[in-house]
Ligand binder design. Structure first.
Ligand code: F6R
Length: 643
């Protein structure tokens, strides 16, 4: 998410920055901006919306019909060094003010940033106490002012000092009026690449921004620092010691580079899940000694458990929410599947009645509202017409609304009482993957916090679940590292026209999402069944042409699953099982399954976050093998803003 470009050379910087940002548009964004070091000093221009809005703004100002060196030469935007950014909103909604670059109070230091600063609230208060007045809602403006605070004549040192105080993840590119010949770039957990052209040096958040200038790029590693000059780049480690780096030759063409070398956005987004899940979880978990959060009665939305706490303070969640008599969850499609899992999680962790409904049904029913109902509305885009209609109906009925969404400033985010962002980054492929698993992360955090506040989860269990949640990103990575196994299986099964997923409890909910993926991108007739329901009808469909994928992670129901699998196998179906690795109990499926996919052990209630990943990969590979475009399935739109 977000695109970063930095340029120091001999050309006018603005056209280079705009073209670089254009190459990064695929990453998704909601506003754009550039900062140039020119004759009058630091000049910043920003615009909400498409990059062309920014371009038009600059064209009008410089009097040119195109953005050329000639039209810029006599304007304040003339300069040969600058930084640019396309922003995907995190802190603060999309607006000109919140767009990057952000500038410190002196107007001398400009910063573009990709990532999330977790301790931004504390740093903001600290800077306010020292007289800093903020103009935006961004965490990035804090970074610009921290650098400014630490600046004692050496920009590199000031950046190092400021970065040393940040928690979270970042890719930062910094310029300063007082250091007019170099750009500083530093990263943690967000990509930055650098390239050297003839008399010019560039930095970008991805290779496409540099390809016009060079195919030899330096990948910056975590905590490394790059200092860009016109004719060379210096690299340092996090202690400020000089290091040598080797270039990598880029073979990809521009289109492949946009996808980070993956063949499709969907595959890229499936692989982004470990990082997305970390981004979703980490800001919401604090250790007891981290300070800054009250631990009594959950008044601040945080609860002590001697070791770790869930903190939903950031979203304004307080104990009053947990006094609800009933939770209602409403959403569409994949987000509704997250809601089904949410229902099971709430019942399990918080012992509270939950209704879950597709928004398209809910809005035309005659639902009964009670004053103490709370609504959880889930939507990746935050713009789905049915989902918004359901939310407005619930609001009218007097319910309080928590939104789970991926898009800052979306209609859902604006109209809900509380918003929990999934921080998954832009999802470009139509079929949802990382948005779904991060929605599950959010709903589990809310359900656990409800449980804590209602006294149904004790500190020991909370700790156990938090540890399990924290292990999930690495476990997801492990599943992805075995993707060839799923690819091989897909090569045997991709022509199947009848694929059923089945499971019980959380596995049934994961089956719903797994079947939808196959429908959407393979056009395969795939269905999900609660395994216990088979004998009430669906088993009549099973024959030798059927593939049945049994998701088996609910340990207490293994006997039942074994029996359901045996029944479909007896009717000639091919059987694949997704189950735990390293579990003596799950070994029983070896005997009856034609194919097994083993996933790392987590708590039974958290299993869908992991068990859906093999199904996502299976759908992806089947789609490719069928010669389809998994990113753009027929008849489907990414955001369904009409009924
Ligand atoms: C499935 C998918 C759709 C969406 C649904 C809701 O892969 O993408 O089913 O989940 O249209 O969209 P949002 O979450 O944007 O409300």
């Amino acid at each position: 998410m977000c695109g970063i470009v930095g340029y120091v050379g001999n050309e006018e910087a603005v056209p280079v920055l705009i073209e670089g940002l254009r190459k990064l548009e695929y990453r998704g964004y909601d506003s754009a901006g550039v900062a140039v070091l020119g004759k009058p000093g630091l000049v910043v221009r920003k615009a909400k919306g498409a990059l062309k809005n920014l371009e038009e703004k600059i064209k009008v100002e410089t009097g040119g019909s195109t953005l050329t060196a000639g039209s810029l030469a006599n304007s304040v935007l003339s300069g040969t060094m600058g930084i640019g950014h396309t922003r995907w909103a995190t802190h603060g909604e999309p607006s000109d003010t919140n767009a990057h670059p952000q500038v410190d109070v002196s107007g001398k230091i400009a910063v573009v940033h990709n990532g999330i600063i977790e301790n931004y609230a504390r740093l903001r208060d600290w800077l306010i106490e020292r007289g800093v007045q903020f103009t935006s809602e961004t965490d990035t403006e804090i970074i610009a002012n921290l650098i400014s605070y630490h600046y004692k004549g050496d920009l590199l040192q000031a950046v190092l000092d400021a970065v040393g105080r940040l928690d979270g993840s970042w890719a930062l590119v910094v310029i300063s009026v007082d250091d007019p010949d170099r750009i500083i770039a530093v990263r943690k957990e967000n990509p930055l690449v650098l390239g050297q052209g003839a008399g010019e040096t560039l930095v970008g958040s991805d290779v496409p921004a540099l390809l016009e200038y060079t195919r030899e790029v330096y990948y910056l590693e975590d905590r490394e620092i790059a200092v860009l000059y016109r004719d060379h780049v210096d690299f340092y480690n996090d202690e400020g010691k000089s290091i040598q780096k080797k270039t990598t030759h880029i073979e990809w063409d521009a289109a492949a580079a946009e996808k980070g070398g993956y063949e499709h956005f969907m595959l890229k987004e499936i692989h982004e899940q470990p990082k997305a899940l970390t981004d979703t979880l980490r800001p919401r978990i604090i250790t007891a000694d981290a300070g800054g959060v009250n631990d009594t009665a959950g008044n601040k939305g945080a609860v002590t458990n001697n070791a770790k706490k869930i903190s939903l303070e950031e979203i304004g969640f307080d104990a009053s929410w947990a006094q609800a008599n009933r939770v209602m969850i409403t959403a569409c499609g994949t987000a509704w599947h997250a809601g089904v899992i949410g229902k099971y999680a709430f019942e399990h962790f918080a012992r509270i009645p939950v209704d879950v409904d597709t928004a398209s049904e809910f809005r035309y029913r005659d639902p009964i509202f009670n004053p103490k109902d709370i609504f959880i509305i889930i939507s990746q885009s935050g713009e789905t017409a049915d989902t918004l209609a359901a939310m407005r109906m619930a609001k009218k009925g007097g319910a309080r609304i928590i939104a789970i969404t991926n898009v800052v400033g979306s209609t859902l985010a604006r109209e809900a009482d509380l918003v929990m962002y999934t921080w998954a980054g832009p999802e470009i492929a139509v079929a949802s993957t990382k948005a779904f698993t991060t929605q599950l992360m959010c709903i589990n955090l809310i359900a656990l916090q409800f449980g804590v506040l209602r006294g149904t989860i004790d500190p020991v269990h909370l700790n156990k679940y938090i540890n399990a949640l924290e292990a999930i990103p690495a476990q997801a990575e492990k599943i992805l590292s075995g993707k060839e196994n799923i690819q091989r299986f897909a090569s045997l099964q991709f022509n199947k026209n009848k694929v059923f997923f089945m499971g019980r409890l959380f596995d049934y909910a994961a089956s719903l999402e797994s079947a939808l993926k196959l429908k959407e991108i393979c056009y395969t007739h795939s269905e999900a069944f609660a395994a216990g329901e088979l004998k009430h009808g669906p088993i009549a469909l099973v024959d030798t042409s059927t593939l049945v994928v049994a998701i088996c992670t609910q340990t207490k129901l293994f006997d039942k699953m074994e029996s359901s699998i045996t029944q479909v196998k007896a009717r000639g179906a091919s059987i694949a099982v997704i189950t735990w690795e390293d579990d003596a109990e799950s070994g029983r499926f070896d005997r009856i399954a034609d194919e097994k996919f083993r996933i790392p052990r987590t708590e039974d209630a958290l299993s869908p976050i992991l068990s859906v990943i093999p199904a996502q990969l299976f759908a992806y590979y089947c789609s490719v093998l069928r010669g389809l475009d998994p990113d753009k399935p027929r008849n489907l739109a990414k955001s369904v803003t009409v009924e």
